[in-house]
Design a binder for this molecule. Sequence first.
Ligand SMILES: Cc1cc2nc3c(=O)[nH]c(=O)nc-3n(C[C@H](O)[C@H](O)[C@H](O)COP(=O)(O)O)c2cc1C
Length: 194
Amino acid sequence: MNDRLADYLKTRRTIPSVQLREPAPDRKTLRDMLTIAARVPDHGKLAPWRFIIFDRDTREAVVAGLIRIAKHAPDEKEGQTRAEKAKGFADAPLIVGVVSAPIVDHPKIPLWEQQLSAGAVCLNLLHAAQAHGFSAQWLTGWFAYDDEAKAWLGLKSGERVAGFIHIGTPAMPPSERDRPDLDAITTAWQPRTA
Ligand SMILES: Cc1cc2nc3c(=O)[nH]c(=O)nc-3n(C[C@H](O)[C@H](O)[C@H](O)COP(=O)(O)O)c2cc1C
């Protein structure tokens, strides 16, 4: 067994994006991280996902656009809530948008499996950040589900946000949180008697 890898996987913890600071990965390091992220199980080898980079030079403009779009919320209070949440998009110094870009009517590979592969990309990117000395948080938010916001963020029709992976250097150590009761979620299959 690879003890170091097992130890890491046993203790992996998310650091909240608000606690992620400079330095962020440089271009080469980010490329290495994305290479790891893209090395996921992928039924049919379709690569049904892609990346959008939001770096320190573009974050402010992204947030300004999201705040403008937040004003289109059904009511003013919800608009204010959305605008506040949009500001969180500028917390970490680097965000990678992982976009699920499936072939919807593929004759063999179900849509669900293509979407699961995009989730695997997100998790691999969290691991890649950690492997390169950074931390990361997998977030979504209202702007992952709002059509106008999605278009502003660079998504095309038919694409969905698998996650915004916020990346930076942690300003705090990880803390533990409760984990699921394995016995409660694990069963051995038995034949049905009925
Ligand atoms: C698809 C997806 C979307 C998520 N979106 C959010 C989010 O918008 N806000 C949030 O606080 N946590 C979100 N999370 C949870 C965090 O990424 C993280 O899992 C959580 O803070 C628990 O930390 P842990 O990774 O150490 O278990 C999301 C997780 C997933 C898988």
